[in-house]
Design a protein around this ligand. Structure first.
Ligand SMILES: [Zn+2]
Length: 622
């Protein structure tokens, strides 16, 4: 009985600091209300009261290439599915990063800075112009004070917005470009409703250049008007090719939708010769997309267009239509449609092993390496292969798009995966010739290698390692621990459960614990919650020739659990691999021993491999 009393005390004591029952992971106190209200669950599934808000965008846009001016008129229907009354409202105006006085993580070209940023010429809520006194512009957000006119739970609200801005043309413009005087990659171009979620309320982190994005899932019906001879590629499916192109080119476009072979829809030579477009003073392109977090487009009058399609779901035979759109000088781009198709096939069937969710994917020859739903802005990598960049950006389709990750706060939940996928996919597609693992070892354990659970918006110099290096290595370690089959089962369930929703880190940890049937807290804690680094050491090997016992000892110096991978080469040229999973260290072991073949003489011993980080590689070889 005394024992029972002690046990009760301990249990109460344990629950008094923030954790889920049965979990050793610290849970941030400000997130507890989501669990108390039932919008999240302790098993990693969405709670019975999970909700998210939603918008439907109808947009008419017009691009004037000469002045770089973009004009838009939008009707936005917003549904408040939350149980909360919204007394304020936030629109994101990402392009206000170029407005005078806006917060910026990086310099922008001075000539791109304007007084207006995004010029709003009309803003109506349910048919009534929103009073200027009720609007606040700060950094990249437009806040509306709705205290006298709040949006109640369940309400559907209609906004009408008209706006214009000038596309930034300077060399510092990132993630978007005026790539040349008649080529444009255009994201961040419309007033987008900010996310209001069950965890943090309004997502209030402005877009200052470093942290990327967080969007709700929406439907888009967008028309974009450009002068004759300009083509438009965009998020969504193109609705009206027959209205714009001559039949022979429409036919090519249609054929590519069912062909496994890359073909040209049109080339620069054909553009120069003419006869592709109908006789119109301007073209009005229409695109529709459902359930996507954001919409981007690109336009040019002198790029080549290759296309192909690939089966992404072997059960339904569903295909994805893939385009590579590029300048003739970008010689690496001649392979991009093929790489994209092979990459998407591999993503659908191997890693992450989930059918590619989108009907369309366009890789556009821009100035960066940046993903948008169904669109990538990828710079030319010539003379190097475009493979790594192409598969990295396309793999973002899963995270953060299909899985609606808040990458402004948890960038490792998407960039870490893209970095993990780009290595595995590139390594596989190139027959192990290409593909690199990001160097975590060089930075691990330093004061900018912060615990991953520190929100991304709080990071500056630690941002990159925390988004790419450390998490991708954590995922390689997780794959080693679970093996492909269990890993893939966890991944599929995580995706089935959270696609089209907004998972947070705990949803990820709890889901993988549940589906793997293992309590992986011993892994999550050091990799995601603690200051820690990986360092294993190969102790001196007594390589006695002859038939005596040949013992190989690996000791643990660092506090991150990583796999033990030892390759022994014997004097007769043969090799032997010894491997222990990261869980070898979970109960505090400090040493791992292997016995080499007693009938052979050791020539050399190598500890580690590409996907296993180690801060002191020099003590890993004999
Ligand atoms: Zn990325």
């Amino acid at each position: 009985m005394r024992f029972l009393f002690l046990f009760l005390l301990l249990s109460v004591g344990l629950r008094s600091f923030a954790q889920a029952p049965g979990s050793a992971l610290f849970r941030h106190r400000n997130l507890e209300k989501a669990y108390e209200k039932g919008s999240r669950s302790n098993d990693g599934t969405p709670g019975p009261k999970y909700w998210q808000n939603r918008s439907i965008y109808n947009i008419e846009a017009r691009l004037e290439p000469k002045s770089r001016r973009l004009h838009g008129v939008a009707t936005i229907k917003y549904k408040n599915n939350s149980p909360d009354t919204l007394k304020n409202f936030i629109f994101k105006l990402a392009h206000d990063r170029y407005r005078k006085g806006s917060l910026r993580d990086f310099d922008v070209t001075p000539s791109d800075v304007t007084d207006d940023g995004v010029l709003i010429t009309e803003l109506k809520m349910n048919g009534t112009e929103v009073d200027l006194a009720k609007r606040r512009r700060g950094n990249t957000q437009l806040r509306l004070d709705l205290r006298t006119n709040p949006i109640v739970p369940g309400a559907e609200t209609t906004f009408n917005v008209s706006w214009a801005y000038t596309l930034p043309a300077g060399e510092d413009a990132a993630r978007e470009c005026v790539c040349d005087s008649t080529t444009f990659f255009i994201p961040y171009w419309y007033p987008e409703v900010a996310v209001y979620d069950d965890v943090h309320g309004w997502a209030q982190t402005p877009y200052s250049g470093q942290q990327e994005f967080y969007h709700d899932f929406s439907d888009y019906d967008v028309t974009i008007t450009v002068p004759r001879g300009f083509h438009v590629w965009a998020t969504g499916e193109w609705q009206n090719p027959e209205e714009i192109m001559e039949p022979i080119y429409v036919e090519r476009w249609k054929r590519a939708h069912t062909s496994d072979e890359v073909s040209s829809i049109f080339s620069l030579k054909e553009l120069q010769r003419g006869g592709i477009y109908k006789a119109q003073a301007q073209h009005r392109y229409r695109f529709k997309a459902t359930d996507v977090p954001d919409f981007a487009f690109a336009s040019t009058n002198h790029y080549n267009w290759d296309a192909v399609s690939v089966q992404v779901d072997d059960q339904t035979k569903r295909r994805t239509f893939i385009s590579a759109v590029y300048d003739t000088a970008s010689t690496d781009y001649r392979e991009v449609a093929r790489i994209a198709a092979d990459g998407i096939r591999l993503m659908s069937t191997w890693q992450p092993g989930y059918p590619f969710p989108y009907p369309v994917m366009t890789v556009f020859n821009g100035n960066d390496g940046m993903e948008y739903p169904m669109m990538c802005n990828d710079v030319s990598t010539k003379p190097n292969s475009a493979m790594g960049l192409t598969v990295h950006e396309i793999s973002h389709t899963y995270f953060p798009f299909m899985m609606g990750i808040n990458e402004q706060e948890y960038a490792w939940m998407d960039e870490g995966w893209a970095a993990f996928f780009d290595y595995l996919l590139t390594d596989s597609l190139s027959n192990h010739k290409l593909g690199g693992v990001r160097n975590f070892s060089a930075i691990a354990g330093s004061d900018v290698d912060v615990p991953l659970m520190v929100r991304s918006s709080n990071l500056s110099s630690a941002y990159r390692n925390s988004s790419y290096q450390r998490p991708s290595q954590a995922y390689f370690t997780l794959l080693d621990e679970l093996g492909y089959e269990t890993f893939n089962k966890c991944m599929k369930t995580y995706m089935d459960t959270w696609k089209g929703k907004h998972p947070i880190p705990y949803d990820f940890f709890y889901t993988w614990n549940r589906v793997s049937g293992q309590n992986l807290d011993w892994f999550w804690k050091p990799w995601f919650f603690e200051w820690s680094y990986p360092d294993l050491k190969l102790e001196p090997v007594a390589a006695k020739s002859g038939k005596k016992a040949q013992e190989i000892r690996v000791t643990r110096v660092g506090n991150l659990p990583v796999p033990v991978h030892v390759e022994v080469t014997y004097t007769d040229g043969s090799k032997q691999i010894f491997h222990e999973r990261p869980s070898f260290w979970k109960n505090g072991a400090t040493e791992c021993r292997f016995t080499a073949d007693k009938n052979k003489t050791i020539k050399s011993v190598k500890l580690g491999k590409t996907t296993i980080p180690d801060v002191t590689p020099k003590n890993n070889e004999f």
